[in-house]
Design a protein around this ligand. Sequence first.
Ligand code: PRP
Ligand code: URA
Ligand code: MG
Length: 219
Amino acid sequence: MTAPRTPRIPENLDVTIVDHPLAAARLSTMRDTRTDNASFRASLRELTLMLIYEASRNLTIRLEPIQTPVSPTLAIRLANPPLLVPVLRAGLGMADQAHALIPEAQMGFVGLARDEETLQPTPYMESLPDSLAGRPVYVLDPMLATGGSMVHTIEMLTGRGATDVTAICALAAPEGLATLAAANLPVRVVTASVDERLNEIGYIVPGLGDAGDRQFGAV
Ligand SMILES: O=P(O)(O)OC[C@H]1O[C@H](OP(=O)(O)OP(=O)(O)O)[C@H](O)[C@@H]1O
Ligand SMILES: O=c1cc[nH]c(=O)[nH]1
Ligand SMILES: [Mg+2]
């Protein structure tokens, strides 16, 4: 008897896959071992633009009367800009681009390093506003692998009152999506791809390797 296959996208998790050819082209550059650190960072920045553009489609707006050179009209402003939270190190490569698109946004920071033996996240930094009640939060991390780092990050956020979290990832593994769904957290996921699986050492397959090392060099 064969084991039941893990569904790639859990039914109870809101997952948006940005499967645009330009997003796929940037992701392909990031996957390619021939891509150097600088080109990897440039492709991640460009992919982040597309992910944020899609993620922010449903942000609430407010209207403000303004005057064009021709007539009065109503300007559209963001009513409640999201808090941007890059997860160090790898999420740093998404931070500038996300901030350029949403300049009104505030930014918080979380630092996590995954123990490569246990695959558990070890926190080393948390710089967040005391209260996140009523504020949308965008977590920026290129990789959702086992999901442990994302669950840990979202629990930091919900502990401060967040109820509306978007995980913005270049890549997700089915196992990470299943972990997020099982954690029953107020999160939706926006990603450019749901890859095949994790390998025996917790890397996404086909994936792109270690997103921190690919940007900044091995530590
Ligand atoms: O879903 P998980 O199994 O928890 O793995 C994903 C985490 O791994 C990577 O960070 P890493 O721990 O390598 O730190 P780095 O960004 O400093 O390289 C990545 O940026 C995620 O934060
Ligand atoms: O494939 C993976 C898994 C976790 N973290 C990464 O950077 N890459
Ligand atoms: Mg890493």
